[in-house]
Design a protein around this ligand. Structure first.
Ligand code: NAD
Length: 476
């Protein structure tokens, strides 16, 4: 980017900011002034198209990196506000964990360094394959990681040279609007174009339909449940689908049980189990099961009995009608969304179980067919199933994971068990002897994403997944 363009972009940015300054202290009072947030989805798309054109013509890769760094900085500065807003709007999850999720998104989402060029040179000239932008991306985000996903997607998509139109979850639209505004301000203050990231003020299925059908939107990226992924994959467009999970954990009798218990509870209770990667059910060898449970009880957990399990079931699950029973004629359940992401203490109060206020996780022993094992609860409830050996453990874990190919975990020092489970479960994330968040770069090697694309195979998405291959040939 030349100096004049940078100066004029910065002047425009300062003008935009000063026009709204004063009326928008910390952006909290009048959301109609949010930058990049439009009443009309068509306008949101048109603005993003214009912004992307400017990004392509007037900005270089190093400029994009500067814009991204500004987004990272703004996210870190606003992490407490973002966490607070999410809790207020969605009424789900834990404040301190949401702060950590924003830190991860800001610090460890890859930028332009993720892009590579392939080249061949020889007697006949030079051929290069560049990772090039799609243009405008339509991105759909969940209520469970609303702004974390917006920030993470924005960094990766802009790094790759795209702009993005978000259709956030209607239940988190205020925090998504805040995040879009924050990102636009960060971009403008770093001399970038306005509206690289846009959204519609009131996201609906209709606004999603407009985004999906718009001829200028060439790539869709959806993070959410199975309904969303199905809709996107039926759109006739290229789509990246990051869908639901139900991650199992195996604990065998070679594992460090104390460490496993602590780590599983921390993973399961993180943000009240909202993350798709959070530990949902445990298959433990029967000769170490009591030891595991006793150690879990030392880590802010409460064990409930059979009768309390059935009370809890009535509270959090709703039986589907008989027509939808599965082929085994077993009832299937919907989760009672009212209870998603709530604190463990609230469930325990409801079923009359006394517990200290700092309780983080409810544990219960059930069998493999129990609905708690087979349903993605997204609540701090961990079901534990005793198994006799690794054969049964893997078999059960596969049943619970339901071929979602999302995430799975194991605690073991037996290399054969580690290898075998990894191959047989075939998930996108597989963590050995650590908690789920190690799979997205927390306390482990590797980068972060909030869009884990199992169904469409991109896996841990980053900037390169938001590019198309473009071959440029020079013949000598
Ligand atoms: P959700 O599926 O209800 O909503 C996600 C988004 O999709 C929202 O924007 C929503 O408006 C839209 N949507 C919902 N149903 C739709 C349909 N039939 N057609 C089109 N759009 C639809 O999910 P949620 O409750 O917000 O989030 C939780 C789910 O998302 C869980 O299943 C979780 O595992 C999954 N998730 C996956 C990842 C991942 O990276 N794989 C990350 C976070 C959440």
């Amino acid at each position: 980017m030349n100096k004049d363009v940078l100066v004029s972009a910065k002047t425009e940015a300062l003008n935009v900011i000063s026009n709204v300054e004063g009326t928008k202290c910390k952006q909290a009072n009048n959301d109609s002034l949010y930058l990049g947030v439009f009443e009309d989805v068509e306008i949101a798309i048109l603005k993003a198209i214009h912004a992307q054109k400017l990004l392509t013509t007037d900005y270089k890769e190093e400029d994009r990196e500067r814009l991204i760094n500004s987004i990272r900085k703004a996210t870190l500065e606003n992490k407490e506000t973002l966490a607070k807003m999410i809790i207020e709007e969605t009424k789900m999850g834990r404040y301190e964990d949401k702060i950590l999720k924003h830190e991860l998104a800001a610090k460890y989402t890859p930028g332009t360094e993720d892009l590579t060029t392939t080249a061949w040179s020889g007697d006949q000239g030079l051929t290069v394959v560049k990772m090039s932008p799609y243009g405008v991306i339509g991105a759909i985000t969940p209520s469970t990681n609303p702004t974390e996903t917006v920030i993470c997607n924005s960094i990766g998509m802009i790094a790759a040279g795209n702009s993005v139109v978000f259709n956030g979850h209607p239940g988190a639209k205020k925090c998504v609007a805040f995040a879009v505004d924050m990102i636009n301000r960060a971009i403008l203050s770093a001399g970038g174009p306005a509206n690289l990231v846009t959204t519609v003020k009131n996201p609906t299925m209709e606004s999603l339909d407009v985004i999906m059908k718009h001829p200028s939107i060439k790539l869709l990226c959806g993070t959410g449940g199975p309904g969303l992924i199905k809709t996107l994959l039926n759109s006739g467009k290229k789509a990246i689908g990051a869908g639901s999970g139900n991650p199992p954990v195996i604990v065998d009798d070679t594992a460090d049980i104390k460490k496993a218990a602590k780590s599983i509870i921390e993973g399961c209770s993180f943000d009240n189990n909202l993350p798709c990667i959070a530990e949902k059910e445990v298959f433990v060898f029967e000769n170490v099961a009591n030891d595991l449970i006793n150690n879990m009880l030392q880590n802010n957990s409460v064990l409930i009995n059979k009768e309390q399990v059935s009370m809890l079931l009535d509270l959090i699950l709703i039986k589907k009608d008989e027509k939808s029973y599965n082929h085994n004629k077993k009832p299937e359940y919907n989760i009672n969304k009212k209870w998603v992401g709530k604190d463990a203490k609230l469930f325990l109060d409801e079923i009359d179980v006394e517990a200290p206020t700092n309780v983080k996780c409810i544990i219960c022993e059930v069998d493999i067919n129990h609905p708690f094992v087979m349903t993605e609860l997204m609540m701090p409830i961990l079901s534990i199933v005793r198994v006799k050996d690794i054969d049964e453990a893997i078999e059960c874990a596969k049943i619970a994971e339901q071929s979602k190919r999302h995430s799975a975990y194991i605690y073991s020092k037996n290399i054969d068990n580690l290898d075998r489970f990894e191959k047989e479960i075939d998930t996108t994330i597989f963590v050995k002897n650590a908690k789920s968040f190690a799979g997205v770069g927390s306390g482990a090697e590797g980068f972060t994403t909030f869009t884990i694309a199992g169904p469409t195979g991109e896996g841990i998405t980053s900037a390169r997944d938001f590019t198309r291959q473009r071959r440029c040939v020079l013949v000598s």
